[in-house]
Design a protein around this ligand. Structure first.
Ligand SMILES: C[S@@+](CC[C@H](N)C(=O)[O-])C[C@H]1O[C@@H](n2cnc3c(N)ncnc32)[C@H](O)[C@@H]1O
Length: 471
């Protein structure tokens, strides 16, 4: 449906000046219907779910990215809640083009502006095997959503933090790869969001550019010599795009890096002498995205990686076997258990340990790390919901109870569930089409629903009646 708010006239004028040959086509495309696309979680599935109206493959995101023929009610699809796919705008999937630059060695990566998690979940799949990813979001309420999405995606080498760029910047040389998907004036959202059209002013562009420079200044010290930084926005103006790349190169001493392989509709921006890329909605099926890659020179003076400070929290010396056997055999011998102040145990794989220690040492708030394993209840351990969705869960650890779609929606709404009489008593992994959704405790005559309050679906009746409700 076309949006009510007109495109700001000043924006159109500036665009005509900036891109005289393309502005009209670009402006016309902003009044067209946006396409809907999803990216599959390759650790959970290889084939697109039958629940989705799968259309063409997204050319730059094969074999995991697909356009949909229409917009289904995602909230009514238990597979969406199970982290089997992520609803992601197709041009954001262009981040996959950096893959050939990443090499094969494990990297320590940071996604600085990460909520709600589209590019972080993509990075979990894109980074070389054994890499670690810190996904950070400044705004706490958005960071909670990010943590939920990261947990549902199920990777074992992720950490979610919520702090300002300056504090992460103090971890000097700690990261080999940093993504700055910067807060921006959002001109690329003009097709989808009334709010983006309403909020836009030339002053907003200026203040965003100022903030982006500050963010880059703050986080640059955290990039290791030789490390890569990707800078991206979803806006079209030069100040927040090409000018910011110029700032990185000419003020911060970065080397610009060209993408080695460009799929058909993507060409380098003509507005910079340094290589960078504009994805434009009139040239490809997707919204606007600007992307540039830079490298920190190897021999930068004084930027050697700072030693991680030792944290006060001690790994639990006695590893409770009962809890460890919930993990895959490879992880059982690889993880350290940490007791957290909220009375839960989390399993930190060895690859993640030093970065978690460095974050804890710097007193950076961590929302989730590794595999959240169990809540300690006296002498008992109750498995945490994130464990059900983690690829680190051992397939044999719990008996399973398969639900229908209606039962699954009711389970996800934390309503009472009735499991079949032959379900074993005790902890049960609840599944839909074989994909884990969470845990329940089966007591014989009734079942306790252990789905977390914070993740629960709020309008199950409406969803079951076929209405699309935004959860
Ligand atoms: C473009 S969005 C990120 C989208 C995300 N990368 C994804 O793919 O799902 C930018 C994010 O930066 C956050 N942000 C806002 N102000 C910030 C600041 N001063 N420093 C760092 N991040 C900020 C916003 O809350 C927002 O979540």
């Amino acid at each position: 449906m076309a949006l009510q708010t007109p495109i700001p006239a000043l924006f159109s004028d500036q665009l005509r000046e900036l891109l005289p040959t393309e502005a009209e086509a670009l402006l016309a495309s902003l009044d067209e219907e946006a396409s809907v696309s999803v990216r599959l979680n390759r650790r959970k599935t290889e084939t697109p779910p039958a629940s989705l109206p799968i259309g063409e493959a997204v050319p730059w995101a094969k074999p995991v990215g697909f356009y949909l023929d229409g917009r289904p009610a995602f909230a009514a699809d238990p597979l969406w809640h199970a982290g089997v796919y992520y609803v992601q705008e197709a041009s954001s999937m262009l981040l996959r083009l950096v893959a050939p630059l990443l090499g094969e060695e494990p990297l320590r990566a940071l996604d600085l502006c990460a909520a709600p998690g589209g590019k972080s979940t993509l990075l979990v799949d894109l980074l070389p095997e054994g890499s670690t990813l810190v996904s950070n979001e400044l705004i706490r309420s958005r960071a909670q959503i990010l943590a939920e999405n990261i947990q549902k995606w199920g990777g074992v080498h992720s950490v979610v933090t919520s702090t300002e760029p300056q504090r992460l910047g103090r971890l000097r040389g700690q990261f080999d790869f940093i993504l700055v998907d910067a807060p921006c004036s959002g001109e690329g959202m003009f097709r989808k969001e009334e709010e983006a059209r309403r909020q836009w002013t030339p002053g907003l562009v200026e203040s965003c550019a100022r903030q982006q420079r500050e963010i880059l200044d703050d986080i640059w010290p955290a990039l290791a010599p030789g490390g890569l930084m990707v800078y991206s926005t979803c806006t079209f103006n030069r100040q927040e795009d090409e000018d910011m790349l110029t700032y990185l190169v000419e003020e911060l001493g970065a080397e610009s890096v060209a993408l080695p392989e460009l799929p058909e509709p993507i060409t380098p921006s003509t507005l910079s002498s340094y290589p960078c890329y504009r994805m434009m909605p009139h040239r490809l099926r997707g919204e606007g995205l600007f992307m540039a890659v830079v490298r920190k020179p190897d021999a930068e003076i004084g930027s050697a990686r700072s030693k991680p400070t030792r944290s006060k929290s001690k790994p639990n010396p006695k590893l409770p076997q009962e809890v460890l056997r919930w993990l895959t055999p490879e992880l059982r011998v690889d993880v350290t258990l940490q007791s957290l102040p909220d009375g839960t145990l989390t399993a930190i794989p060895s690859a993640l340990y030093s970065i978690v220690e460095a974050l804890q040492g710097a007193k950076i708030p961590i929302l989730t790390s590794g595999i959240p394993l169990a809540e300690v209840k006296g002498r008992d351990f109750l498995p945490l919901p994130a464990l059900a969705l983690s690829v680190g869960l051992d397939d044999e650890a719990f008996p399973r109870a398969e639900l229908t779609q209606e039962e699954a929606i009711r389970y996800l709404a934390r309503e009472a569930v009735t499991l079949s009489a032959d379900t074993p008593r005790g902890l049960v992994l609840v599944t839909y089409e074989g994909y884990p959704l969470g845990f329940a405790k089966h007591l014989g005559n009734r079942t306790n629903n252990l789905y977390p309050q914070a993740w629960r679906i709020r309008h199950p009746e409406l969803l079951l009646s076929g209405l699309d409700v935004k959860e």
